[in-house]
Design a protein around this ligand. Structure first.
Ligand code: ADP
Ligand code: MG
Length: 261
């Protein structure tokens, strides 16, 4: 993809699916790293109290003094003083840990509670080209905040028989957020993950996904490989840990599609 001469304002993408284990966190790390390889400035937002995104980048979030929780809940804590540099040049991380689960409860009483993340990110939007939000596996208030802050949603979908269950509910939530909070919100794309090209089952699920959702399904498909769990242990994106692997190539192809959309 062509390089950019000037950076920002960022396009904010939420990686969202209320089902766990479908590749949200893995896709956030590796799409982010691939976008950074293409010269984009990237901020990854860990928006799951489990902190898996932070751990996947080699950070132990439970010992941090400042996380996204403080930025959301305290007026005098800024994103700029909370972000961490990662092993990938031009890719920053806004970390999270279990504290974030308290925010979900505390935000309920706030005015403009659904727009808290959007307000929080506004001061840094010109510093980045992409802000990727790794959502927790639920459709609760934190996820609604991510959808209200985003320009687009990227839905990772596991190539398993039951994966289509629940997507209707997710799309329904996206539509409600669009009507009530964020009229510009769009579905950037559906990403098939955990694809096993050797099984008829994977191919059948993929065919059903394309039949159901058509053009919004990315051409790029992420194969199932143990390399991804291995990168989590390594605390690095696959693009730097195994730069010539199929997985690294796939996330670069996805980054090209995201830039083109
Ligand atoms: P989510 O964030 O949706 O819960 P993760 O990205 O954490 O999902 O992935 C769940 C587990 O599956 C992790 O252990 C991860 O390493 C592994 N994983 C992710 N993508 C793949 C893949 N394409 N092939 C094999 N394992 C994967
Ligand atoms: Mg996750």
């Amino acid at each position: 993809p062509p390089l950019v001469a000037e950076h920002g304002p960022a396009r904010i993408l939420a990686l969202c699916n209320q089902k766990g284990g479908v590749g949200k966190t893995t896709s956030t790390i590796n799409l982010g790293a691939a976008l950074a390889e293409f010269g984009r400035r990237v901020l990854l937002v860990d928006f799951d109290p489990q902190g898996a995104l932070s751990v996947g980048l080699g950070i132990q979030p439970h010992h941090l003094d400042r996380t996204i929780y403080n930025v959301l809940m305290e007026r005098d804590t800024t994103v700029e003083e909370t972000v961490l540099r990662t092993c990938v040049p031009d890719m920053d991380l806004l970390p999270s840990n279990i504290d974030l689960s308290a925010a979900e409860v505390q935000l309920v009483a706030e005015v403009g509670r659904e727009q808290t993340l959007g307000r929080t990110l506004r001061p840094v939007i010109d510093n980045y080209d992409y802000i990727l939000i790794d959502c927790q596996p639920s459709l609760g208030l934190l996820t609604v905040n991510a959808l209200a802050a985003a320009h687009g949603v990227l839905i990772p979908l596991e190539c398993e028989f039951f994966s289509l269950r629940g997507v209707a509910l997710l799309i329904d939530t996206i539509e409600k957020v669009r009507e009530r909070l964020n009229p510009d919100l769009e579905i950037t794309g559906i990403l098939a993950t955990m694809y096993d090209p050797r099984t008829l089952h994977s191919r059948e699920v993929m065919a059903r996904v394309v039949e159901a959702f058509g053009e919004i399904v990315f051409d790029t498909v992420i194969n199932r490989t143990v390399r991804f769990p291995e990168t989590t242990v390594a605390g690095e994106p696959i693009t730097s840990w195994a730069p010539r692997s199929g997985g690294a190539k796939a996330y670069r192809a996805l980054a090209r599609e995201v830039i083109a959309r």
